[in-house]
Design a protein around this ligand. Structure first.
Ligand code: AMP
Ligand code: MG
Length: 307
């Protein structure tokens, strides 16, 4: 780290609120249903969503981070119960779908989920341009293969929605093909949902100005160069077409069984707070149960002691 950069960091660290000064999970923000606030419903208009908005919860970065950390024990406990449930007759699993423009923070959001979860029972997957083999199959083929097993949490960095986003914007297949995909995706998600898969579909919504800053940061900071892809600028030039494609996907495919949530994502710490809250709320509602045991505890205690 250069001297100037270090000085700046030290200054920043000094300003940071120390953990003991932070009161995590105040009752006020714990009571809010983030799912109700972010769900895409009738009349939804993406262009009316401000990517910098603080929807609920702390307006302070350190406080928001402390609240996220405070959710960890609960999330891991629920995750363990979900896993245990599957050892009985449980069929449930959770899939977090992350979508958003380049630099919207899908990777960072996946890390936020990782931070509050146990590695066992967590399955990450990302989807780039289809390989030659993938192109020979139906577009849902590679997605199905990456679904989390029963009892686990899956996190998708991009998903089958690319097949109605970049594919639509770039005309990678004819219109009569992609236009049929919204209904097809809904039917596919319904089938999975009936089988016990719970969807948590999140669009990370950033502003065009924020994307420019983040792309520039990837160029200016040498250790971020690897994240930069010259092709991102070509997609950026189609910003409005992408917003339109998102608007259609969000409204056509926000269903009762697999709703979409739009997360204002210009502030990373607020994005992570909202996302972890969404995960926690969803797991709480799933309320996974330990499986019934098929032995008598007292008898077994006796047997173990005598052994
Ligand atoms: P990244 O997430 O930065 O690794 O970029 C992956 C790229 O692959 C993005 O530009 C996506 O839009 C693109 N991509 C993902 N899925 C598809 C798909 N089904 N068809 C075409 N391009 C895709
Ligand atoms: Mg990229």
């Amino acid at each position: 780290m250069g001297k100037k950069k270090k000085e700046k960091k030290d200054k920043k660290d000094k300003k940071k609120v120390q953990p003991e000064q932070v009161v995590a999970s105040p009752a006020a923000s714990a009571a809010v249903s983030v799912r109700d606030l972010l769900r895409v419903g009738p009349g939804f208009d993406l262009s009316q969503i401000d990517p910098r908005r603080i929807v609920a919860g702390p307006e302070d970065k350190e406080l928001a981070r402390a609240e996220v950390a405070a959710l960890e024990p609960e999330v891991t406990a629920l995750q363990e119960r979900l896993y245990a449930e599957s050892k009985g007759s449980g069929k449930r699993r959770l899939l977090v779908v992350l979508q958003g423009m380049d630099t919207s923070g899908k990777g960072g959001a996946a890390k936020a989920i990782d931070r509050v979860s146990e590695p066992i029972g967590l399955r990450m997957a990302n989807f780039g341009s289809p390989t030659k083999e993938e192109l020979r199959h139906h577009y849902l083929w590679r997605i199905e293969k990456a679904l989390p097993p029963v009892g686990s949490i899956g996190v998708f960095d991009r998903s089958h929605y690319e097949d109605v986003l970049i594919v639509r914007v770039r005309n990678l297949v004819p219109e009569d093909v992609w236009s049929g995909r919204y209904d097809e995706i809904n039917a596919w998600e319904k089938k999975l949902s009936d089988g016990g898969l719970v969807f948590l579909k999140c669009m990370l919504h950033i502003s065009k100005a924020e994307q420019q800053e983040r792309l520039l940061a990837r160029l200016v900071e040498p250790d971020k160069n690897w994240k930069y892809n010259p092709g991102d600028v070509d997609e950026r030039m189609l910003w409005d077409q992408y917003q339109e494609a998102y608007q259609v996907a969000l409204t056509q495919c926000s269903t009762e069984y697999a709703p979409w949530y739009v997360i204002p994502a210009d502030r990373k710490w607020h994005r992570d707070w909202l996302l972890t809250r969404l995960v926690a709320e969803t797991l709480r509602e799933m309320d996974p149960q330990y499986p019934a045991i098929d032995y008598d505890v007292e008898t077994e205690i006796g047997r173990v002691k005598a052994s």
